[in-house]
Ligand binder design. Structure first.
Ligand SMILES: [Fe+2]
Length: 451
């Protein structure tokens, strides 16, 4: 994600180079002390294309691979990496196709963006139409599974579970539709609502945020290009200077209600950190904001540096005010998800290495004091997305662990790193040494052992 103008970089070498094999490694070495209460799996999804062409491979379309680390009793029991077996992957590997529901002949493409635990199952997920793939606890592909056949349209890589109701909300989209969909799942991972929202165009909507009363629709100017799809592009979405930017506020539990639209300055946002209602009827949302997206570089996000901003959205006046919270290049914001939809004090983001640099720290933002702890994880190391894992029995937002992958670029090895959320600057309390490199990828989650 360099700041230099085109020509495009490639997305299949260096830190993004795919790994060639699947491994299972038991009893991994640990530096420091793994908290015994961490009983579960950290699993992360990302592209791991099979035999890619660097000149044409879009970062977002590489075959999905999940990487998981099982922690128990203060030990790192195993590391596994497994391709998500879409039809494209099974064909390339010479394996039988995965059982399950098919739609439009799919899923041929990658299911590579996130991996979540919903309804007691593990799901690899992606936006734009490919159906979810259900995985075993050991990360083997079990089935193409549109949530027990309940999903009709597209899902998303970014579902958000409302801690008050247990319902999970997402915004889905598909190139054939000029509407997006508000998709709602119950606690058993069954779809209970798919509500179309007409937007008058075929958008790329990567993520959303919820408050206690509303779901946000990010209508931002990256749109589908039919001509490029016909020409063979596997990711035919591009910056559209003719389309205004706006954010929509839709009632969380109000199907059929009209959306309140508020105009924005043109930009792109992959990831909000969190959002909340304000007493005057507005919404505050914190986002990683890019100036543009898929304009000069059509193979991956490479249009300037994303910074952390706070937007105060006032639907009454139709205005959004913007406060820059941190200018530095950063992405993959996460918060304590017990507070999804309500004010959060802390946001953790992954710094993005500047052009040519190997080093990228983790940022732990205290939005109350306006200070940031920069967590340096090594002179040649880069942090990927970190998640917030509450300590057992805790309620305080910083009474938690921060867990994520860190890759030493010089050594080409990756560790699972655990930090104390109330003192991340003190450095890792534990590093699990995977002994090999995990390609930089997208999103992961902590999946506590249940039952
Ligand atoms: Fe994402």
């Amino acid at each position: 994600m360099s700041d230099s103008p085109g020509p495009a970089r490639d997305y299949v070498t260096g830190a993004l180079a795919p790994v060639a094999d699947e491994v299972t490694v038991a009893d991994l070495p640990v530096t420091g002390t793994l908290p015994e209460e961490l009983d579960g799996r950290y699993v992360r999804n990302g592209p791991n294309p099979i035999d890619p062409d660097p000149s044409t491979q879009h970062w977002f379309t590489g075959a999905g691979m999940v990487h998981g680390i099982r922690l128990r009793d203060g030990r790192a029991e195993w590391y596994r990496n497994r391709w998500v077996r879409t039809d494209e992957v099974t064909a390339a590997l010479g394996e039988p196709s995965t059982p399950g529901d098919r739609r439009d002949g799919g899923p041929s493409a990658a299911v590579n963006t996130n991996v979540v635990q919903l309804g007691g199952c593990t799901w690899a997920i992606v936006e734009a139409g490919q159906w979810p793939v259900r995985l075993s606890d050991e990360l083997d592909t079990e089935a193409i599974d549109p949530f027990g056949g309940t999903l009709r349209g597209s899902f998303s890589a970014h579902p958000h579970t409302d801690p008050r109701t247990g319902l999970t909300h997402a915004i889905g989209y598909h190139w054939t539709e000029t509407s997006v969909r508000h998709v709602v799942l119950d606690a058993d991972a069954r779809i209970v609502r798919e509500e179309p929202i007409e937007v008058g165009g075929s958008l790329m909507v990567h993520d959303t945020a919820i408050t206690e009363s509303r779901v946000l629709v990010l209508d931002l100017p990256v749109t589908f290009r039919l001509d490029e799809a016909v020409a063979g592009s596997r990711f035919p979405y591009a910056w559209d200077p003719d389309r205004p930017a706006r954010v929509g506020l839709l009632g969380l539990d109000d199907p059929g209600a009209s959306v309140q639209w508020v105009e924005l300055d043109p930009c792109y946002v992959f990831h909000p950190a969190n959002a909340h209602d304000t007493p005057d009827g507005g919404v505050v949302v914190d986002v990683c904001r890019w100036e543009r997206m898929f304009d000069r570089d059509r193979l991956g996000p490479n249009e300037g540096t994303p910074r952390l901003e706070r937007w105060r959205i006032d639907p009454a006046s139709g205005r959004v005010s913007t406060e820059v919270l941190d200018e530095r290049a950063q992405e993959f914001p996460r918060v304590d998800e017990r507070r999804t939809g309500t004010p959060t004090r802390w946001v953790v983001t992954a710094g993005l290495a500047t052009a040519g640099a190997a080093h990228a720290p983790l940022y732990h933002h205290d939005l109350q004091s306006g200070t940031t702890t920069v967590v340096d994880l090594g002179a040649t190391s880069a942090a990927q997305e970190f998640v917030v894992v509450p300590r057992d029995g805790s309620t305080a937002e910083d009474d938690a662990w921060l867990v994520g992958l860190v890759t030493d670029r010089a050594e080409a090895t990756t560790d699972l790193v655990v930090l104390a959320a109330d003192d991340p600057g003190d450095g890792p309390v534990a590093r699990v040494h995977l002994g090999r490199r995990v390609p930089d990828g997208f999103h992961g989650n902590w999946m506590p052992q249940t039952g």
